[in-house]
Design a protein around this ligand. Structure first.
Ligand code: FAD
Length: 386
């Protein structure tokens, strides 16, 4: 292999380049990225950047030492065997890494909708978060909750509109425990509220009711950014279909990060994870696969969210598992939720302001060792001793 092209200059893209060099690849590497920016981290966008504590989150990586040719401000348009078509001409490759991430979903309507995916999105939104500004956030998911946190701290009048009957409903069955956090932060939370259109001066709900707003932020999820691969040999289904080695169906093409839908040996199902840890760790396996080594991607998925002064962390996969509470969300400052499969094995853990539970719980998910359920339900017993 002489030339590897990495498409997508996000975290998964830059980590893929570092991993290729770490695995001994000495050929040429070209990084093609649609944004004009060097690779940066996205988690700070809805936290430090929106709060005004940082203006940039560039990934600490020595691009010169990595000997990369940068093609920034260039989008991939199509793929055929050994050739990447871009907005700036064609590139021949021997190996290709697809790391194009995901794109925010927008709703119908003529009004301006802010979304939060890029540093430019974050800086544009931050400039609008002035005291007394009426900010309506659509969606009480991870992004919506973090945007509401920042907007409330900036002194805005914040309303969060959510179609489901609890926050985080798309991700977790325990989001109802976070409802009080909104009122405590002075944020109005309207559940079971469906948006019809975004208008120049606010929202029109499906019921016909109008909600006035100066700023509308749409945080209703993302779609994998893979439209450019339609019609190629790369198979698409909820992202790029890859095997447990992150290999696509096209020769010498791998996929990583938010856009990759991989086969998880550990959980016996396909997974597409839109979280930082996944974009950080997948590239090592993808690079090994391109180099002809035998590596398997089999992580315990992990993510965190900082919202309303709470640190929320999650590890594992909880579908189909029995839920056990550790602590009382209504009374305790910190609490956790454990999910068990086979009666006694931890398959996932969610912690709120209990980082030690997360650390130890993650190890239990990884090891699959049996736990004592009665001790697990007692927040006074450390998880290591369950
Ligand atoms: P991206 O970071 O999306 O990078 C993909 C890059 O590819 C982009 O720069 C894009 O412009 C480019 N691209 C797309 N299409 C093309 C094309 N056709 N040609 C060329 N380039 C293209 N995760 C957590 O675990 N915890 C958090 O607290 C957290 N907070 C977040 C806050 C925000 C505001 C956002 C947006 C995400 C957050 N995440 C968080 C998720 C995490 O940042 C993502 O999972 C991670 O960025 C995915 O990395 P990636 O490299 O796969 O994709």
């Amino acid at each position: 292999m002489d030339h590897v092209v990495v498409v997508g200059a996000g975290l998964a893209g830059i980590r893929s380049i570092e991993a290729l060099r770490a695995h001994g690849f000495a050929g040429r590497i070209t990084l093609v990225g649609e944004e004009p920016h060097r690779p940066y981290d996205r988690p700070p966008l809805s936290k430090a950047v929106l709060l005004g504590a940082a203006d940039s989150s560039v990934v600490d990586s020595d691009l010169d030492a990595l000997d990369v040719t940068l093609r920034l401000g260039t989008a991939a348009k199509g793929l055929r065997e050994g050739v990447l078509e871009t907005t700036d001409g064609e590139l021949q490759f021997d190996g290709l890494v697809v790391a194009t991430g995901a794109t925010p979903i927008r709703l119908r309507g003529e009004g301006h909708q802010h979304v939060l995916r890029t540093i430019d999105d974050a800086l544009a939104l931050r400039a609008k978060l002035l005291p007394e500004t009426r900010v309506v956030v659509i969606g009480a998911g991870w992004i919506g909750a973090e945007v509401a946190t920042a907007a409330a701290r900036a002194g805005c009048q914040v309303t969060v509109v959510e179609a489901a009957d609890a926050p985080l409903a798309g991700a977790l069955p325990v989001g109802a425990y976070t409802i009080p956090w909104y009122a405590e932060a002075g944020v109005e939370l309207r559940l079971g509220t469906k948006v019809g259109t975004v208008d120049p001066d606010g929202l029109t709900l499906l019921t016909g009711e109008r909600i006035p707003a100066d700023v509308v932020v749409t945080g209703v999820g993302v779609r994998p950014a893979v439209a450019w691969l339609e019609g190629s040999d790369v198979e698409l289904d909820n992202g790029v279909l890859v095997d447990e080695h992150l290999r696509t169906f096209a020769p010498n093409v791998v996929a990583v990060g938010d856009c990759a839908n991989w086969w998880s040996r550990r959980f016996g199902r396909r997974m597409r994870i839109e979280h930082w840890d996944n974009a950080l760790n997948g590239p090592d396996v993808a690079a090994a696969t391109l180099m002809g080594e035998q590596a398997v991607f089999d992580p315990v998925p992990y993510f965190w969210s900082e919202q309303f002064n709470h640190m929320v962390q999650y590890a594992g996969h909880h579908a189909g598992a029995r839920m056990v509470l550790r602590g009382d969300p209504e009374r305790d400052a910190g609490w956790s939720v454990c999910w068990l499969t086979d009666g006694h094995r931890l398959s996932a853990i969610l912690t709120v302001d209990r980082p030690r539970d997360l650390l130890q719980g993650r190890r239990l998910v990884e090891s699959r060792q049996r736990v004592d359920v009665a001790r697990l339900a007692d927040p006074g017993v450390t998880l290591r001793d369950c």
